[in-house]
Design a protein around this ligand. Structure first.
Ligand SMILES: [Zn+2]
Length: 254
């Protein structure tokens, strides 16, 4: 069973979103772009970032070199459920201390629900935080590329995305929102059982949440499906499988 990707801090303390004029516009408005946030947690001491699903360490940069900010690239070990469906997800996280990276090796898998590292100031930044940026797909090339504004943006086999498109909020884990910069995260859904409505024709299953996306299957009336997440008017019923909500209901029609 695929797992839901949820926000990795117990207290959300986003001090700067991707549009943050302090230092992030060179990432989000450059070519290519990514969508980083700075996370400061509860801001009492150093707060932990957790692995909400199994995350594999793909690259470590800057460890032990004061002027190079410590950076770790992480990738999910399998597809996970995001607000935009089933995807591999890859990201990079920066500014944790050398101490938190001691002994960490590329290939290590942080198991779901475990602590990974804390916010820090490595790389000469003011104020403890973690800068993180995420995208769909897998780790690609060196993990980053310098854009036309001089910022090093994430490279993946998919596309860089805003955090709200990749992470759900689990209110049982993230129990406090201290600062969000107005970012709205969808609540982690529960899987619902639904049925394909009675029709004269089979109902199309599409690869994505759009009528222009490829038809990947057709289901008979009454077929039972599991809805993992909805996006607009579309229900995700599996990896790369979406059905328009008007063709589904929660009771089987005979
Ligand atoms: Zn930042």
């Amino acid at each position: 069973m695929a797992e839901y990707l949820t926000y990795p801090f117990k207290t959300m303390g986003i001090s700067q979103d991707h549009n943050g004029s302090y230092s992030h516009t060179k990432y989000s408005e450059g070519k290519p772009s990514d969508y980083p946030v700075d996370e400061t947690g509860a801001d009492r001491g150093s707060d932990w970032m957790y692995a909400s699903v199994d995350l594999k360490v793909m690259k470590i940069y800057g460890r032990g070199i004061p002027e190079k900010p410590n950076t770790v690239w992480l990738q999910t070990t399998k597809k996970v459920i995001t607000p935009i469906g089933f995807h591999f997800v890859c990201g990079r996280v920066t500014h944790m201390s050398d101490g938190d990276l001691k002994g960490l090796k590329v290939g290590h898998v942080f198991r779901a629900k475990s602590k990974m590292f804390r916010e820090g100031t490595d790389g000469n930044v003011t104020g403890r935080h973690l800068h993180m940026t995420w995208g769909t797909g897998k780790f690609k090339d060196s993990g980053w590329i310098k854009n036309n504004r001089g910022a090093f943006v994430l490279t993946t086999t998919g596309s860089n995305r805003k955090l709200e498109k990749l992470f759900f909020m689990d209110p049982n884990f993230t129990t406090r929102i201290r600062m969000s910069q107005g970012l709205k995260f969808k609540k982690k859904p529960t899987v619902r059982t639904m049925y394909v409505k009675k029709r004269r024709v089979k109902t199309k299953v599409r690869a994505s949440y759009s009528v222009s996306s490829k038809v990947v299957g057709r289901l008979k009336s009454g077929t039972k499906v599991k809805v993992y997440v909805t996006y607009g008017n579309w229900c995700c019923v599996g990896d790369g499988r979406w059905i328009h909500k008007k063709y589904l209901r929660n009771i089987k029609e005979i």
